[in-house]
Design a protein around this ligand. Sequence first.
Ligand SMILES: C[S@@+](CC[C@H](N)C(=O)[O-])C[C@H]1O[C@@H](n2cnc3c(N)ncnc32)[C@H](O)[C@@H]1O
Length: 206
Amino acid sequence: MEMRGADEEKLFSPSAARNAAAITNVLGPVLKPAACVLEIGSGTGEHGEAVCGLRPDIQWVPSDPDEVSRRSQAARAGEIEGLQAPLDLDVSVPGWTHGLPKHDVLVCCNVIHISPWAVAEGLARGAADILEQEGRVFLYGPFLEGAKTAPSNLEFDASLKSRHPDWGVRALEDVISLFARNGFQLENRIDMPANNLALIFSRTAT
Ligand SMILES: C[S@@+](CC[C@H](N)C(=O)[O-])C[C@H]1O[C@@H](n2cnc3c(N)ncnc32)[C@H](O)[C@@H]1O
């Protein structure tokens, strides 16, 4: 649940406030000096703000198909070094990368479970287009891992499906297969607080 700030444009998400430091810690080492980052489904824009706060050398472009979210991201953009104006990107639209420059890292937190699978497919396909050869994909969120799945993630999956039949916590193996079909391998998997994972994908060696 997102809350409105005093300036009526900036949104604040309690979960983003809780996980921003943990995400910044694991994402920081993935970002080479002066890295160009594109974030998909940036929501309130707090993750970009947190990372840019520690890494003034990088350029971080937030995005979202939702206009209210983009206004929140735009309100943050002017306030911190490196945080750029948001783009209107819907990764389920074929060719969403058209006209965009290459980036070093594609970041996507808490999006692919709360949208249809076509969004994950568009994300992986777009990553292949938009990333530099040495680029990385950084995915964060809950995942299903068979019998190892945390009960809280099973409950979350059921509640997402009750809200929309095409939503749901994704199986880690399906996400790894999807990125493999698009030329990426899982380079690192990091256990995060509250039964979330951070996944880092790099291009499969050819
Ligand atoms: C649960 S919020 C996560 C926001 C933020 N990344 C975070 O972790 O706090 C999901 C976001 O995904 C965005 N989204 C939904 N469908 C999308 C799509 N097809 N392409 C890009 N973003 C999408 C929503 O507008 C929303 O801002």
